[in-house]
Design a protein around this ligand. Structure first.
Ligand code: CMP
Length: 136
């Protein structure tokens, strides 16, 4: 398969808390993204700060790190054709208000912080983010 890629997906605390993991995974599988590995965990604020360090200069950084560490998350490796772009299309715009109908954030997102999912935005970040959680 050409362009077979791997990307990291995170189901954020707001979606884990509402038991939406299976619904979200079924959107991935219907769209030919397979879950190669997944785990549920509760990270510390320091770990969230390390994970999101590309955003450290942003005004929302502290709030973002507090939020990702506020409750359990599910992290997974998705694999498929053009997985990085496809996952971002399925997630929709960062702010659920601007997300298209049928996208995960439109269906389930509550706010720009509680936007239910994260997905890697480039091949380099996908490698780094997969490595962060899975050391693969
Ligand atoms: P995510 O895709 O996980 O990447 C960084 C996160 O920062 C983003 O989703 C949002 O949940 C969060 N965030 C909070 N405020 C903003 C903002 N003003 N612009 C972009 N992202 C924001």
């Amino acid at each position: 398969m050409s362009n077979l890629e791997r990307t990291l997906s995170i189901i954020k605390p707001d979606a884990v808390e509402r038991n939406l993991s299976e619904n979200i995974k079924s959107i991935f599988s219907k769209n030919n993204l397979s879950v190669l590995d997944s785990k549920k965990l509760h990270i510390s604020k320091d770990e969230a700060a390390e994970f999101y360090k590309v955003h450290q200069s942003k005004p929302f950084y502290d709030q973002l790190c507090s939020y990702l560490s506020s409750g359990p998350i599910e992290v997974m490796i998705l694999e498929g054709k053009n997985a990085i772009t496809k996952n971002r299309e399925l997630m929709g715009a960062t702010d659920p208000k601007n997300a298209k109908e049928g996208t995960i954030r439109k269906l389930y997102g509550i706010s720009i912080d509680k936007n239910s999912v994260h997905g890697s935005d480039s091949p380099d970040n996908a490698k780094a983010e997969i490595n962060f959680f899975f050391r693969k």
